[in-house]
Design a protein around this ligand. Sequence first.
Ligand code: LLP
Length: 408
Amino acid sequence: MKMLKRPQLPKDLPQTPFYFYDEAILKELSEGFRASVDSSDEIILHYAVKANSHPAILKFLHKYGSGLDVVSGAELRLALECGYYGDRIVFSGVGKTQEEMKLAIENEIGMLIVESCEEFEELCEVSKAYPSKTVKVGFRFNPNLSVETHPYIATGLWEHKFGMAGEEVLRMMELSIPANVKLQGISLHLGSQIFDDKIFYDAVNEVVKLAKIIQSKYKKSFPVLNVGGGLGVDYQEPYKKPGFENYGKFLKWALAEWKQLNPDLKCQVYSECGRALVAQSGYLVTKVIRVKSNPKKNFAIVDASMTELIRPALYSAYHAVEKLEPSGLDEKIYDIVGPVCESGDFLAEKRSIEELKRGDLLWVLCAGAYGYVMSSHYNLRPLPAEYFLESNGVLRELHGPLQTWNIK
Ligand code: LLP
């Protein structure tokens, strides 16, 4: 299998810590996805903006014909500013405010994905003020299927706040729906870091069952099947591409199922992958501030921390860490930790890495998804700088470190 290529950074590097995103890898990943669905225009990626919302990334994906999945009014506004048409945007989330609903309606987005009966009733009310706008609605179905992943990133069980059980979806079919509200799709999202395709198939089978009931009982059909995101990235193998091929097979199968169910509609399947498109393009570059040891451990204290990358602290997530310029020294076992005053502030634990000393540069791999976007100012640390490594080798600054406080 063709692997992704390790990026080449220029000699002169900016001040650490910083993130950079490698254009060549982004291209490989986008092309991988497109190829897996034979560039079909009936299977449309709606990249999950939350994974990495930098405009440089959104504009890059725009060139590949991607749509977007947003989960806040701010993400929606940014998507529009980055040149996306409303009809290429879907909006999920359990807590949309009326202001967010209005913004979505005014911009005639592709699908407002409602996650409760109460939200739907509210949306129908809000829609009445916009009789000339078509409000396309999707119902997020929660199939109560368990996914093998970290519990914080599983979403498809009834113990999670997301989506609706079939009964609740059916309940909405009983409501009187304003003429400008169009039932556009059924939506799903089972969780993140899914490696076993079977669950995707099981979930679509459940949706098909529900859609059949709606068809026979209410004579209503939905042109769009939105299967959510979740395609896993192997953090242990940072240069191995995500399983686009099998995933593409699944998407094509889902489209065929949906067409069979709705032969008279112009059917489409949406995928909301986020991580798989960007994780491997992103690197967090950091410098060793100092090393220290006690009878139990060696610590390498670096200038990046849980405030730049919270995934290890929050989900015990594994990220590979490498020395930027290895020099052939013997390896030692380190905890690679940040300066933040929390014992949970680590980027890597018990990692065998060539002996480290002050000033050594490291990079943390697969940091392009849920990295910068989850960074914080804890301990009054600035948000890290971001760069874009262009295909021509130029490291373009997107923005420097961002500090903010208010002494009023
Ligand atoms: N669609 C919906 C409705 C979602 O909630 C999510 C992710 C996605 C799509 C994209 O999922 P992906 O393809 O990226 O797995 N912060 C966590 C991940 C949280 C994911 C939240 N929802 C992490 O760092 O692993």
